[in-house]
Design a protein around this ligand. Sequence first.
Ligand code: ATP
Ligand code: MG
Length: 392
Amino acid sequence: MENRWPDAYKVISILENAGFEAYVVGGAVRDFVRGVKANDVDITTNALPLQVKELFEHTIDVGIDHGTVLVVLSEPIEVTTFRSETTYSDHRRPDEVTFVHTLEEDLKRRDFTINSMALTKEDKLIDLFGGKSDLLHKVVKAVGNPKERFSEDALRMLRAIRFSAQLDFTLDSATEAAIKVLHPLIIHISIERVKVELEKIWMSDYPSKGMDLFTSTGLSKHFVGNWEASACWSDFESFGIKANGWAFLILMNKDSSYREILSAYKCSNIEKKHVKEVLVAVDCLKKGRWDSVELFQFSEEVLIAASSYGRVLYKIKHSYTPEKIIEEKRKLAISSKRDVVISGNDLMEWKQDKRGPWIKEALDKITIMILNKEIKNDRAQIKEWFFREYNN
Ligand code: ATP
Ligand code: MG
């Protein structure tokens, strides 16, 4: 891994030279075996957090109670002490974290076989639970007894589905059967963590696979909104925007639960604004096309989502493709309010009046007239219109 992950290699070498064991674990090993580039590299070691901190100049305590220290070289790498987890009385957090002595004990507490492999700095794979074979057969399979593992931490049920959607994997049959029995435990998981997983499903390459499993396993029953029309999701595309999933869900619910859904999932104000705009743009599209003012007012992202969801969920007939939307927006007389050649100061001077709500009103009127080609975006023309309208 010397060239592939130079920082991880350095961290492991330093730990080994100090007499400790250290390995790359988790998602990075999974992605390495699949032959794709990993997002981030996590390291596991038998060194205790304080021992890790002593060996590196720049570290950040992120979860020292859970054994994790961030070691900062050119970028931060998570180094976590071998640990196991004791009893879980709340189905989401171990009552206590225990540091353990062997790699095997650490790998055993990990969620799925594909996430339970470790790699030495010489690229030797340590695969105690058949992770490589499950990767080859494209299955997500819990490490050990799936019912026990999902009772310990109910979030794993949703993670299983998220990984199937990201990787295009099936769920191992015992793993799937366990979710079908234990799905009610998902209510113990905070809505913020559920939201993260759902959004990862939407942003994945196979969102409809994830949404099918979310409903067919029974998990969706415990959440606000009617998720059951899962067939609709087969035509869902996120267009790279997480919040589009919420817009799609609300449209699928025929708008009735707009406020309820956005607040139940604690969507941010920025997400709420995006969703609302997509809903309004779909509404405008019901007449078959967007007029110049609508094309101007909504962003390209909003229009692309609205054109797709309007077609899929409301069977609106229109000819908008993403390319056509971009082209139509380019044809507009102006592309932003800043493009209008006159300003509020001009208006105040022309009217010899002070600042007030009238300025925005007049500027909006001017913008609309320019978009509708009633006047040109030209100082003389705008001034002439303005004098006629306001100075009489
Ligand atoms: P991603 O590419 O999404 O980051 P990842 O596999 O790295 O995928 P993380 O959530 O970053 O996922 O977790 C890192 C590793 O920690 C996992 O690969 C898994 O071994 C372990 N892990 C994470 N969450 C859990 C959990 N809830 N239960 C058991 N093990 C977990
Ligand atoms: Mg990760």
